[in-house]
Design a protein around this ligand. Structure first.
Ligand code: MG
Ligand code: MG
Length: 269
């Protein structure tokens, strides 16, 4: 397993790419409302990333992915194709994007509620968001990948009974969008590759309200929950450090835009 240890300069470049992605998602948070299509959101994200001198990491990924972003609505977990279907009240929208700038990728995701939704779904959002930070707490030198995985699974699945998606995992991020190590959201403490100072990983819990099982849509990309229930997804890029992880991405601009947009429900925090 080739796990890169990044220099301080490289870490700052990944931070720059990650923050550009977060700024782009914050722009999405400003435009989300009933009636808008996820294709419009994707077009804005692509233009925003290009306008800031970067390339959208997802576009043409594996010579195949056709869009700049993945926008996954309701029972779509991740890898959703943007569509021309207008969003409506109560939709759950995960916006996931990547930017390639100065030779390094950033990759981040955030899930929004259009209008409002049930307390049950709002709780799923809160717990998924919190589980991300519980995973990040374990991203310190000397721990193992399984410590992150266990922290997320323990909180979401064991404590709250949610379904933790098994087929998709977090990953190293840097010169390539997806690098070693894989960072699952389920696993055993003390298992997996050792975490060392300077390794940059994307931690991204994908948590289902119902069962953990998922299936592929006919487009070959979109992943949907088997039971049709909603799913939440948050993703940060994190540098492993001694003592405390350094979160390279930031949700600050996204959360501010979410709270300021009357068409989004930010009451789940
Ligand atoms: Mg990712
Ligand atoms: Mg992502």
């Amino acid at each position: 397993v080739m796990i890169h240890l990044r220099s301080p300069l490289e870490i700052e470049l990944i931070r720059k790419s990650a923050l550009l992605v977060n700024d782009a998602i914050a722009e999405a948070a400003k435009m989300l409302k009933p009636g808008i299509t996820t294709m419009q959101v994707d077009a804005m994200l692509e233009q925003y990333i290009l306008d800031h001198g970067a390339l959208p990491s997802f576009k043409n990924y594996q010579n195949s992915y056709p869009y700049a972003s993945c926008i996954s609505v309701n029972d779509a977990v991740v890898h959703g194709f943007p569509t021309n279907v207008p969003l409506k009240e109560g939709d759950i929208v995960s916006v996931d994007a990547g930017a390639f700038l100065n030779g390094y990728h950033g990759d981040s995701a955030y899930t929004f509620i259009i209008g409002t939704t049930t307390d049950e779904v709002k709780k799923l959002f809160r717990i998924t968001n919190e589980s991300l930070y519980k995973g990040i707490e374990k991203a310190v030198h000397g721990n193992r990948v399984g410590d992150i995985a266990y922290a997320i699974q323990e909180y979401t699945e064991k404590q709250h009974g949610y379904g933790v998606v098994r087929e998709l995992v977090g990953h190293g991020v840097g010169r390539k969008l997806h690098e070693e190590p894989q960072v699952p959201n389920y696993g055993k403490r003390g298992n997996g590759p050792k975490l060392k100072e300077g390794t940059v990983i994307a931690i991204e819990p994908m948590i289902n309200l119902g069962v953990k099982e998922v299936y592929h849509a006919e487009d070959g990309w979109t992943i949907l929950t088997q039971d049709g229930k909603p799913s939440a997804h948050y993703e940060h890029n994190v540098c492993v450090k001694r003592g405390k992880a350094d979160i390279l991405s930031s949700f600050a601009a996204i959360e501010a835009a979410e709270k300021a947009n009357p068409h989004l429900d930010a009451s789940y925090y």
